[in-house]
Design a protein around this ligand. Structure first.
Ligand SMILES: *Cc1c(COP(=O)(O)O)cnc(C)c1O
Length: 346
């Protein structure tokens, strides 16, 4: 019963097989391996973007930071939600890799609204040389609280960015989970709405450790390559990054993994709802933010369930509601979910 995060599960068998298959003979290093060529072609095909620049890095923090650094000057600012991963969970890596650009937080929760974004952008770049210049808007899809922006909501946000002539970055650590939740194509969720760069997650949806960075305008490519090398994220034995992404993107492997994770989340959320749990955010992909009595958390903890408490601890009154975050990955089983729910019910 492991719902701590979608990076605590195992690697997809197709990814492991691809790694094993890649593990014979020799291949050119630093991204010149033939598997990377296949990956580039496959990502371009998936995104219907034949010109796109495609690169691999090993962490989402590197993907976000290097992508944003390519889109913002050191004297600029990035617009994002106050709970954005780039703000709360990357130890200032975006600021570091951009050489000092800052983040401007758009007031609100995990979902930016067009009005709030517009007002926030309008307030920057009003102090001449004394303040930051406006830079990219970074949107997280799936959001940090398990929400999925609809295509209309995304398009309203990118329209605001375009009104100011600003580029748009999408943090897609859970790109596939959002995609299958919306039932749209990768192109519809990105460049067709005006997204310029995507951090395309692999790790949380079943890779060992690989994320792609996609720029729809190849003019950004050379700078990104230089930044990746300077930032120590150009892998020497690169074929092992390529192989993971190749296995992940074979056929519908990546979409099926996300469908399994989202379906597991729905089963868990439905069961929690039936058991009387409250929801801090409406689950729309593979993450749940629920509240239920502390006694149930204690039972779960003692039975070995692992997940994060969101507000509060195991110490205190039995019947007090305590919040938690539950994340399902592709490998979550119905048996484990049902056992978890049984323990919640007591
Ligand atoms: C997990 C995650 C990342 C990537 O994190 P790493 O630990 O650096 O791989 C980026 N954005 C979001 C929204 C995430 O949840």
């Amino acid at each position: 019963m492991y719902f701590a995060s979608d990076n605590s599960g195992p690697v997809l068998p197709e990814v492991m097989t691809a790694l094993a298959d890649a593990n014979t003979g020799y291949a050119m290093p630093y991204g010149a391996d033939p598997i990377m060529e296949q990956v580039r072609a496959r990502v371009r095909e998936i995104f219907e973007a034949p010109e796109a620049a495609v690169y691999l890095v090993s962490t989402g923090t590197a993907a976000n930071s290097l992508a944003l650094a390519t889109l913002v000057p050191p004297y600029g600012t990035v617009f994002c939600s106050p709970v954005a991963h780039i703000h709360e969970d990357e130890c200032n890596a975006p600021e570091f890799y951009s050489g000092g650009a800052k983040l401007t937080l758009v007031p609100g929760g995990d979902r930016m609204t067009p009005d709030s974004l517009r007002a926030t952008i309008a307030k920057e770049e009003t102090r001449g040389v004394h303040g930051p210049v406006r830079g990219p808007v970074s949107i997280t899809q799936v959001t940090e609280r398990g929400g999925v922006y609809s295509l209309d909501e995304l398009s309203a946000l990118t329209a605001v960015a375009k009104d100011f002539g600003l580029p748009v970055h999408l943090d897609g650590a859970r790109f596939a989970n959002a995609l299958v939740a919306l039932g749209c194509t990768p192109a519809e969720m990105t460049w067709k709405l005006g997204v310029d760069a995507v951090s395309f997650g692999g790790t949380k949806n079943g890779c060992m450790g690989v994320e792609a960075v996609v720029f729809f305008d190849p003019a950004r490519a050379q700078e990104f390559e230089l930044r990746r090398k300077r930032g120590a994220h150009l892998f020497s034995k690169h074929r092992y990054l390529s192989a993971q992404m190749a296995g992940y993107l074979t056929g519908n492997v990546w979409l099926d993994a996300a469908r399994r994770a989202n379906a597991a989340c729905t089963r868990l959320a439905d069961g929690l709802r039936a058991a009387g749990a409250g929801f801090l955010h409406e689950p729309q992909a593979n993450m749940i933010f629920a509240t239920f009595p502390r006694a149930a958390h204690r039972r779960l903890h003692e039975a070995g369930a692992r997940y994060y408490l969101w507000d509060g601890t195991l110490d205190g009154a039995d019947d007090e509601a305590v919040g938690c975050r539950l994340v399902c990955d592709w490998s979550a089983t119905e048996a484990n979910i049902d056992r978890f729910l049984e323990l919640v019910r007591g």
